[in-house]
Design a protein around this ligand. Structure first.
Ligand SMILES: Cc1cc2nc3c(=O)[nH]c(=O)nc-3n(C[C@H](O)[C@H](O)[C@H](O)COP(=O)(O)OP(=O)(O)OC[C@H]3O[C@@H](n4cnc5c(N)ncnc54)[C@H](O)[C@@H]3O)c2cc1C
Length: 372
């Protein structure tokens, strides 16, 4: 029996598992390595913070999905790959050989340039660590008998969504002592988004009582403040860091071809350009036709990855070429069951956009069976 090893249960791999559940891969045993038994759908995470969803609504039970596909599940994380020996070393000390390897392990938090971030603040990634830490933060907010300053550092889509979600939750729960501040490096939140959407988000922050600190490039985090280049430091009682994502170090260390950030360079077929029996998709991959790191593209890569893994394993010559769409639809949850939609230079917002996003997200989750 040959072995296909799936490393990580990310947004593309859940679709590979669903594909294998529909149709087995004759002559191959398939293994999945993941540190968690569930995969959190990050698009719904702010909705969980806001109180719109239970965590089970946002989680795919990848262990059960694997079982339904006769895929053997290993609850551990990959620590390194040796493409020469065709083995993956795991953090629990085990090693797993492979004939074909597919990697969808997502990003790691970009904390290297921000001393103190890991020790003094709560990074939004790994998402499971953030989820585990959230109840204690809620307790601290509830127990505060004076103003409690919560600083969300990083004003990309994730930081913006989290600030709005927390503000909304505060209103629902009556956390009147909570003051939420969102800080970002640019003058307006959501760099790279259409101007109209950025202005809308900025106006909404004010309307919802979220303080905005633009032009803040954080240099260090202490126990009670974020130091900012050329400006006054930002004091906090608690700080959530959503300053972006980086690549893990192990793909480059393994000698796989990577881009300058350390993401695995793949051809249009999602095969590593250096090792054709290694595939990658999601934020850990550097696509032939580069696209922003986002869940949208990780999801879109899923069906092509599933088809190409099958074709490769079955020795079929023709693999599909994936051309990611140039413009993706982004739906940003702004709390209060309201959202901003944007695609290319177009954007709009409203409660109906939230309902649209809710339908899309729930439909995606229904494809993967019962909640975790
Ligand atoms: C709060 C928040 C909101 C967001 N909202 C959106 C949104 O609305 N739209 C959007 O497009 N993007 C959004 N994003 C970005 C999105 O989360 C990522 O782009 C997306 O998760 C990338 O998917 P992925 O499959 O590459 O990785 P992930 O979703 O991170 O999945 C990787 C999986 O691999 C596992 N793993 C990690 N390391 C290892 C290892 N060494 N070995 C084995 N397994 C491992 C992880 O536990 C995880 O299960 C959001 C991000 C955050 C933080």
């Amino acid at each position: 029996m040959k072995r296909l090893l799936l490393l990580g249960g990310g947004h593309a791999h859940v679709q590979v598992l669903a594909d294998l559940a529909r149709q087995p891969l004759p002559g191959w045993e398939v293994h999945l390595v993941s540190p968690y038994r569930r995969q959190i759908y990050s698009g719904m995470l702010p909705g969980w913070i806001a109180g719109d969803y239970r965590i089970e609504d946002c989680a795919i039970a990848i262990d059960r999905l694997a079982a339904s596909a006769a895929v053997r599940f290993h609850e551990t994380a990959g620590a390194g790959v040796d493409p020469g020996a065709a083995i993956v070393r795991c953090v629990d000390g085990s090693t797993l050989g492979y004939d074909a390897l597919s990697i969808d392990t997502g990003p790691t938090p970009a904390l290297d340039d921000l001393p103190g971030a890991a020790e003094q603040a709560l990074p939004v990634r790994p998402i499971e660590t953030f989820i585990a830490a959230w109840p204690a933060l809620v307790e601290r907010i509830r127990a505060a008998n004076r103003r409690f300053d919560l600083l969300v550092l990083g004003a990309g889509a994730a930081g913006v969504e989290l600030a709005f979600a927390i503000r909304h939750r505060a209103g629902v729960e009556g956390w009147s002592q909570l003051a939420v501040t969102l800080a970002g490096a640019d003058e307006r939140p959501m760099a790279g988004a259409p101007d109209a959407a950025r202005r809308r988000a900025w106006r909404l922050l004010t309307e919802r009582g979220i303080a905005w600190r633009g032009g803040c490039r954080a240099t260090r985090i202490d126990a009670d403040r974020v130091h900012v280049a050329g400006a006054e430091s930002l004091p906090f009682d608690a700080c959530i860091v959503a300053t972006g994502a980086a690549a893990p170090r192990w793909p480059a260390a393994a000698g796989l071809a990577t881009d300058e950030r350390g993401c695995i360079r793949v051809a249009a077929t999602l095969q590593s350009v250096s090792n054709p029996n290694v595939f990658a998709a999601g934020d850990v991959a550097a696509y032939a036709d580069p696209r922003p790191k986002s869940g949208v593209y990780a999801v879109r890569a899923g069906p092509v990855l599933a088809a190409n893994l099958r074709a490769f394993c079955l020795g079929q010559a023709a693999l599909q070429r994936w051309t990611p769409q140039t413009e993706a639809l982004y739906l940003i949850n702004t709390g209060d069951r309201h959202a901003i939609a944007m695609r290319g230079r177009w954007s709009c917002s409203g409660h109906w956009v939230w309902r649209w996003k809710d339908r899309i997200d729930r439909r995606f989750m229904r494809r993967f069976g019962t909640p975790a």
